[in-house]
Unconditional design. Sequence first.
Length: 86
Amino acid sequence: MAKNTILDKEISFYKKNKKDYLSKYKSQFVLIKNDNFLGNYTTENEAYNAGVEKFGTEPFLIKQVIEEDETDDVPSLTIGIIHASI
């Protein structure tokens, strides 16, 4: 069984609506909380500021609308347990 994450509901909602978002908001950033689309923004910073204004420290999803996800989930690297060298 897959482990639940804080933003599972938001990620699922995004995936369900991705085709529509691609036709309307390609390359923009969408703000999602629970099962609610709360807006599209031209920059990630604009989306973040809107999310903080509406929800404070509660979790919310900001996702850039692109054809292919470029997200890599590497928690150990992210939190500094390991270090990448090039």
